[in-house]
Design a protein around this ligand. Structure first.
Ligand code: PMP
Length: 459
């Protein structure tokens, strides 16, 4: 439920947005110009969702910092909503991409880098048969398609508050106990009831009941939810989910696109999860568009049974209904190799997670010293500041307690003070280049933000 408007809070938001407009004249002008050419002002509609009222236009980004065309520098904890978790322009990726682009970006033929990448993916996430896509969205769509092919069932079970990309089946949520379209998603004539089921995260009984009906092709889930605030997983939930999906003959898809921030093999390696299909994307190729999905052997064999691996005579229309022309292209594969070999290494994760711990410790300390009804969660290299006392157990908890206006104020204030965080909620991510100074900067700005809202009587 959205809390009633607070006049003092409204005034603070207005003041921060006015300051933002004043201090970003070139970005403001660029944004006005963009309206003339783009459907939603910028090249992607996501880029309009910044709390200043318009996005900053980027001049250049390097490491954990972004500089805009007004000459302002930001400590970047948004990191392209995880797409830049490797940091901006990491040297190894820049080198590999520069080298490969001069040798051809895409040929509908594999390069030898792909052999190294396939082996490394299996080393990190467990032995699997991999296929590449151009995004995490695409990888999820492919995984769902495969699950439907091998089960002959249509429905996808997701957890309320999830986000898995432009995937119709996952655009559903529970509101007041009723299944509906995800907040702010407009209907597009898809009969969601025919293709989707949704239950609350961490609710074993509801999940088991939904699966017992025997009509679910797959469960699509993150290991912990990261897109609706951060919702930690309850003890035993993954075990129950794995057992229930096996009992029901339902494919378990774990989407590690964001939780790749938990370690070199995501939560799957960290917690010994056993997805039938694992999906990742975003940072996996250092910002070059790419996604991956890996099938465990049993699922791969079921698929090969339907569509055999090799059939040299069948060339026309020998497609599987997923994948794209650029999927697995030489450029993306070269970038992925550089990421896995030189950027998202075990020592890099240790640094990133250490910095996330420091971010969370400082925020947690300020919350408790000021007796604020807020909390901070840290999972791997990611933290989430939420304006509710305890970590939510599920989407319903988030819906009940979320304070969107306070979030808007924090986002606008942060941008004015020189920090970027993901524009959709209070999430901060570290990258290998994040420094202790960056972490300290956040602590100071968060402290000033607390002072701002306290002095205005908002809290
Ligand atoms: N899976 C998860 C868990 C995500 O958070 C997102 C995007 N936020 C996606 C998939 C989709 O990624 P993309 O938009 O890069 O396809």
């Amino acid at each position: 439920m959205t809390p009633p408007a607070h006049p003092a809070l409204d005034r603070l938001i207005d003041a921060e947005q006015a300051r933002f407009l004043r201090e970003h004249p070139r970005s403001a002008a660029a944004w006005r110009e963009g309206q003339r050419h783009f459907l939603y002002g910028g090249p992607s509609h996501w880029m309009r969702r910044w709390a200043g009222g318009f996005p900053v236009y980027v001049d250049a980004a390097s490491g954990a910092h972004v500089r805009d065309i007004d000459g302002r520098d930001y400590v970047d904890f948004c990191l392209g909503d995880t797409g830049a978790m490797c940091g901006h322009a990491p040297e190894a990726v820049t080198r590999a991409v520069t080298r490969q682009i001069a040798r051809g970006a895409t040929m509908m033929l594999p390069t030898e880098d792909s052999l190294w990448v396939g082996a490394e993916l299996s080393r990190r996430f467990g032995p699997r048969y991999w296929t590449l896509t151009t995004s995490a969205t695409d990888a999820n769509r492919a995984a769902i398609r495969i699950a439907r092919m091998i089960t002959g069932r249509a429905k996808v079970l997701v957890f309320s508050g999830c986000y898995h990309g432009g995937v119709d089946e996952a655009h559903v949520e529970l509101r007041d106990g009723r299944v509906g379209l995800r907040n702010m998603i407009h209907p597009n004539a898809v009969a969601y009831d025919a293709v989707a089921k949704v239950v609350e995260f961490n609710d074993v009984a509801a999940m088991e009941m939904a699966l017992a009906e025997g009509d679910v092709a797959c469960v699509l889930t993150e290991p912990v939810m990261t897109n609706f605030g951060m919702i930690p997983v309850a003890d035993g939930f993954h075990r129950a989910l794995r057992e229930a999906t096996r009992r029901a003959g339902t494919v378990l898809i774990i989407d590690e696109t964001h939780t790749l921030s938990c370690g070199p093999g995501g939560c799957t390696a960290l917690h010994g999860l056993a997805p039938d299909i694992l999906v990742a994307g975003k940072a996996i190729a250092g910002g070059i568009p790419a996604g991956v999905l890996g099938l465990d052997e049993a699922v791969a064999e079921q698929l090969w049974h339907i569509v055999p691996q090799v059939n040299p005579r069948q060339r026309q229309s020998a497609h599987l209904g997923f994948g794209g022309t650029l999927a697995g292209g030489a450029l993306a594969v070269a970038a992925m190799r550089a990421v896995l070999e030189d950027v998202l290494t075990a020592p890099a994760y240790a640094r990133m997670i250490g910095h996330a711990e420091c971010l969370a410790a400082r925020v947690g300390d300020l919350i408790s010293r000021n007796a604020l009804p807020w909390h901070v969660t840290q999972i791997g290299a990611r933290i989430e500041i939420m304006f509710m006392p305890d970590a939510p157990r599920n989407g319903a908890d988030v819906i009940a307690a979320r304070q969107p206006d306070l979030e808007t104020l924090m986002h606008a204030y942060y941008m004015n003070e020189g920090i970027l965080i993901t524009p959709f909620h209070g999430m901060l991510l570290t990258c290998p280049a994040t420094s202790s100074a960056d972490v300290d900067t956040h602590g100071e700005i968060f402290e000033r933000f607390v002072g701002l809202v306290r002095d205005a009587g908002v809290i």
